[in-house]
Write a new protein. Structure first.
Length: 246
C-alpha cells in the first residue's frame, strides 16, 4: 500500500508538471504565431491568437492542431480599386485542422469560419457622396447609411431640384448581400421620390445602389453572408486551406 501511495503521488506530481509545461509551451506558441501573423499580414497591431485543445504538446508531435482562434481588431482590406482601403472591425476566425511544416515556418487550416463588421461610415465611402445629375435640374447623392431594421440598410439621399435643396433628405430601405465571395452589394427595395419629379429607375439606382469589393482578407478567407446591424454590416466569413503563416 505504501508503494502504491508513493506511485500515485509521483504520477500526480508528474501530471502537474506536464500540465504546467504544456501551458507554458502553448503560451509561447500563441505569442510566436501572433507575431508571425502580424508580419505576414502587415498588421499595425499584434492579433490575438488562442490555441485550443489539450494537451498541446501531443498535438504538436502529431503535426497538427485541432483549433486555433484568431482575432484582429482593425484590418485594412483592399477595396478592389487599387489604393483605397476599407477597415474591417473585430475580425474573428476559428481555424480548424491546422497543419504546419516541419520547421514551423508555415501553417494551413483545413477550414475556417468567422465574423467581422464593416462600419457604416466605411461602407459609405463606396456610395456616390458627390452630387450627381439624375434628371435635368435634379442632382442627388447619398449622405448616410444606417440600420433600417430587419436586416435592411437605410440609405439616406439628399437631393437638389432646380437649384433648391429639398428641405428633408429622402431615404429608402435596401437589401444587402454577398456576391462572388468578395463583394458586398447594397440594392434599394424601392425608389425614393425627389420632390415629385419623375426620374428613370436606372438613374435613381445609379445613386441608391452600390457595391463594395473586399480583397485580401487574411489567409484567403472569403465573405459568406452579410446583414445590417446597429453599428454596421455584420459579415460571416469562411474558407478552406487557409494560410495562417508562410
Amino acid at each position: 500500500m505504501r508503494a502504491l501511495r508513493i506511485l500515485l503521488i509521483v504520477v500526480v506530481i508528474l501530471g502537474g508538471l506536464f500540465v504546467i509545461a504544456d501551458r507554458v509551451a502553448v503560451n509561447f506558441a500563441e505569442g510566436e504565431a501572433a507575431d508571425r501573423l502580424k508580419t505576414t499580414e502587415n498588421l499595425s497591431a499584434t492579433p490575438d491568437v488562442s490555441i485550443k485543445g489539450f494537451p498541446f504538446l501531443t498535438q504538436v508531435v502529431g503535426g497538427s492542431l485541432d483549433d486555433i482562434e484568431v482575432g484582429i481588431t482593425n484590418y485594412e482590406a483592399a477595396a478592389g480599386n487599387g489604393a483605397q482601403k476599407i477597415r474591417i472591425d473585430d475580425l474573428r476566425a476559428d481555424m480548424r485542422g491546422v497543419e504546419f511544416s516541419g520547421d514551423y515556418s508555415s501553417a494551413t487550416a483545413t477550414s475556417a469560419t468567422g465574423t467581422a463588421t464593416i462600419a457604416y461610415d466605411e461602407l459609405l465611402k463606396t456610395a456616390k457622396s458627390e452630387p450627381t445629375q439624375v434628371a435635368p435640374g435634379v442632382t442627388a447623392h447619398v449622405v448616410g447609411l444606417s440600420d433600417g431594421g430587419n436586416g435592411k440598410i437605410k440609405v439616406t439621399v439628399e437631393a437638389t431640384v432646380l437649384g433648391t435643396k429639398l428641405p428633408e433628405p429622402v431615404s429608402v430601405l435596401s437589401s444587402v448581400k454577398v456576391i462572388d465571395g468578395d463583394t458586398v452589394r447594397v440594392k434599394a427595395d424601392g425608389l425614393p421620390k425627389f420632390g415629385g419629379v419623375e426620374i428613370a429607375e436606372s438613374r435613381v439606382r445609379a445613386i441608391t445602389d452600390f457595391q463594395q469589393k473586399i480583397d485580401g482578407l487574411p489567409g484567403g478567407i472569403q465573405l459568406d453572408k452579410v446583414q445590417a446591424a446597429p453599428n454596421g454590416v455584420e459579415i460571416t466569413v469562411k474558407g478552406s486551406d487557409v494560410r495562417l503563416a508562410g
